[in-house]
Structures are given as structure tokens and as C-alpha cells.
Design a protein around this ligand. Sequence first.
Ligand SMILES: C[S@@+](CC[C@H](N)C(=O)[O-])C[C@H]1O[C@@H](n2cnc3c(N)ncnc32)[C@H](O)[C@@H]1O
Length: 257
Amino acid sequence: MSRSPSPDTVLNAPLVSSSLAPPRDIKSAGTTRIDFDGLLREPLLLKEDLKNGCGGQLWPAGMVLSKYMLSRHATDMAGKTIVELGAGGGLVGLAVARGCEIGLPLHITDQIPMFDLMKDNIALNQLDSTVVASVLDWGEPIPSHVPSKPDVILAADCVYFEPAFPLLITTLQDLLGPNSVCYFCYKRRRRADLRFMKMAKKAFDVQEVRDDPHAAEYSRESLYMYTIRVKPTKQPATSKQIPATKETTLLVTEVEK
Ligand SMILES: C[S@@+](CC[C@H](N)C(=O)[O-])C[C@H]1O[C@@H](n2cnc3c(N)ncnc32)[C@H](O)[C@@H]1O
């Protein structure tokens, strides 16, 4: 699929407040140092360059999701397979790789035009041994080297271009396994963005993230964070009808072992 336009192009609207992301009107290429209000002891260096697309700069939902992961999930990512979608320059994935305990390589993904920027930012932060950049176009098959049912999916500011909504839903369907969770942060810029959440709620189990102490603050800027999981499967009605006897209890215990 061809490259999606930027949220600004689509919306022709002013960007969110600079409290969440540095000001970036007509931003020229450069490198930003970022420690997420002290959450990172060693700051990240992020090369920003808009020449290849909107992912070449920092976006507010990426800042919010990075801070949330660093403050709430610093220690429970160890040993988990992690894939970031629409990573842009890799802000969220790189923040997690630097500030959270991770054991396995973390995959940051985007469309072809963002590939070099992702690679540059991995190298700039000397995270070559822990972060892998890949091309993953929503709606296309998942590349074989990207974990197909990762434990954790990260997605920030990926809702802004309506034609891409069903493609993103397809990719989430492909990636989400029974034990996967997607941390999904987006900025609602217009009513149409609600359509994406409606589609997501139909396809998945979508829950608002409630353990972020800054949620009230960023919801005032129309930023929202959710977890997305596969819907729990309904128990077949017949299994409920089997009366529990000593034998069936023993059988279930055996199977569970
Ligand atoms: C607004 S930027 C957000 C970048 C980054 N996640 C952040 O928060 O800073 C949206 C990103 O989604 C990517 N994107 C848009 N459509 C896509 C598609 N069909 N497949 C893969 N990535 C896509 C863009 O290339 C861009 O990097």
C-alpha cells in the first residue's frame, strides 16, 4: 500500500499542546534528546526528519505511551516478545528497550519510507543488539521474522487516516494471540477517529487503561489509552450442563495437569 499521509495533512488542524511533545511547526531535521521527565536515566536520542513521512517526528500519543510503559511496565516485559506498529522513528519501542527490562529482541515496524530512520535511531542509541527494525505494512501478511503472536503489541498515534482503519484491524487480528495484549494510545482529532474504536470494539476486547495516574491530564488533550485483546471465547453451553461429580472433577484435574 502507498504511504499514509500525516495526521496534519489529513486534518489540516493545529497540533496538540507542546506540553506532550516538543513544538514542531515546519520542523527541520535534527536530533532530539528525550528522557521522559527523568524516567530514563540515559536519555534517548531521536533523529527526526519529515522528508519521508509523518513518522519522522515525535507525536503526542507516542510520548504518553512511552511514559506509561516506563512507569508501569518497567519490570514485567522481561522475556516477552514485543512488536511496535506504526513506529515512525521508533520512539516507543526504543524507550521500552532502553528503560524496561526486556529479554528478547524488540521489533519496531513501519512502512518502507520509515525503515532507514528506524535503523538510524537504533544505531544512534546503540540498541542494535536489542531492537530490530522491519517493514510491516498494515493489511499485508506479517513478515516471517516478526513474531506472529507476540506477547505485547505497542501502537501509538496510528489512528488518523480512515482508509487505513480496516488495514490496522486486519494486522491486529493477525498479530493478537490468546495471550497477547496491545497497548494502544491515540489522539482523537475528529469524529471519524471514533469509527476506528467502534471497529476495534466489535473485533476485540477493548478496555480503557486505568492504572495511569496521568490519564485525566492527557484525556483533556483528547489522548486515550486502551488495552486490546482477543475476545474471550464463549464456553460451549453443553459443558455447563455436565453436573460435577467426583469422577468429572478428577478428570478435569488430570487434564489440567
Ligand atoms: C502519526 S505517526 C506515529 C509515529 C509514532 N508511533 C509516534 O507515536 O511517534 C503514524 C505512523 O504510522 C505509520 N503508518 C501509517 N499507515 C501505515 C500502514 N498502512 N502500515 C504501516 N504503518 C503505517 C506511518 O508511517 C507513521 O510512522
